[in-house]
Design a protein around this ligand. Structure first.
Ligand code: FES
Ligand SMILES: [Fe+2]
Length: 325
């Protein structure tokens, strides 16, 4: 259980551990999440897998010198090889596999340019999937990564906390377009707002409609359409538990491409800067706030109560095997 929150540090669901582009064919990467080390690898044929980092033979870290070997990953110390399902498929110098020897694995999906791993406190297989978004007209993503002392539930709550958009971020005339709908692991809502576009290097105001789609507590996707300039943007806020205290927050954005690639890059850069500067305002709030279990919500904030109720589905009940972080 988290020390700051009355729920576990590690919710169940899909969480980002990188971008698909971080993992080339024949390559690997190490990441830390859920208080553990993971090693991801991609075969030359393009299939990607996630393993526990430590070899069950004598404990070497696979990410420190291990390598892709055909369809398997080879430990740097004695050459034991493990396939994507974690089975030992061979030992050093082509020796036979050790029967029954396995390394832990993590369900991995590539969705919308992201590498997502499934975490479940009781070890259950994936119960739902993050949908694939259309990619045809969209630019490559810009990404920034920062470790923040908070919990994924706080980051996700922020995306539907309407009143803070004006108070903290300076949006004006914030209003609900589609009231939030809670559908299994998915939460959808749409808001509208106007905002100065000085940060885009031009005078005037833009009118935005934001469509928020949340899957679990680690995946927030906001598609914004600006009716004045005609820019369509997609912003991801992806909070992955790093350990009991911190999340790794990945902020990624893309826009629908313009005919001119240079213009696409320039507008994307400006949008990304605006997105990052909003998040830079949120981060010190998250790092210093305390979690109020019975908040004094105004009538306009009823969604936050509904959100917290919805969020409970992503925690194993106290007392379930390994349910606490
Ligand atoms: S520690 Fe990995 S093969 Fe020996
Ligand atoms: Fe915010």
């Amino acid at each position: 259980m988290s020390r700051r929150y009355p729920f576990p540090s590690y919710p169940n669901g899909w969480f980002a551990v990188g971008l698909s582009g971080d993992l080339p064919a024949g390559g690997s990467l190490t990441c830390r999440a859920f208080g553990q080390e993971l090693v991801l690898f991609r075969t030359e044929a393009g299939a990607a897998f996630a393993l526990d980092a430590y070899c069950p033979h004598l404990g070497a870290h696979l990410g420190r010198g291990g390598r892709v070997c055909g369809d398997s990953f080879r430990c740097p110390l004695h050459g034991f090889r493990y396939d994507g399902q974690g089975h030992c498929v061979g030992t050093s110098q082509g020796g036979p596999a050790v029967a029954g020897l396995r390394i832990g694995t993590w369900p991995l999906r590539e969705r919308n340019g992201l590498l997502l791993v499934w975490h479940h406190a009781e070890g259950r297989p994936p119960q739902w999937e993050v949908p694939v978004l259309d990619a045809a007209e969209w630019s490559a993503m810009r990404v920034e990564r920062v470790d923040v002392r908070t919990h994924p539930q706080e980051v996700t709550e922020n995306s539907i906390d309407l009143t803070h958009f004006s108070e903290l971020h300076g949006y004006e005339a914030v209003r609900v377009v589609d009231p939030p709908s809670l559908d299994g692991p998915c939460l959808r809502a749409a808001f509208a707002s106007s905002r100065s576009v000085e940060s885009l290097g031009t005078a005037g105001r833009a009118e935005f409609v934001f469509r928020v789609e949340v899957w679990g507590l680690g995946y927030v996707c906001v598609e914004a359409v600006d009716s004045v300039f005609g820019v369509r943007s997609r912003q991801f806020a992806l909070a992955t538990p790093l350990d009991d205290e911190r999340v790794t927050l990945r902020l990624a954005a893309s826009i629908v491409r313009f005919a001119d690639p240079a213009l696409t890059e320039r507008i994307l850069g400006l949008f990304f800067r605006g997105f990052i500067s909003d998040l830079r305002q949120d981060i010190p709030i998250w790092e210093n706030k305390r979690y109020v279990e019975a908040p004094a919500l105004t009538r306009a904030e009823g969604i936050l109560g509904a959100y917290r109720h919805w969020a409970r589905q992503f925690y194993s009940a106290p007392g379930d095997a390994a349910a606490t972080a």
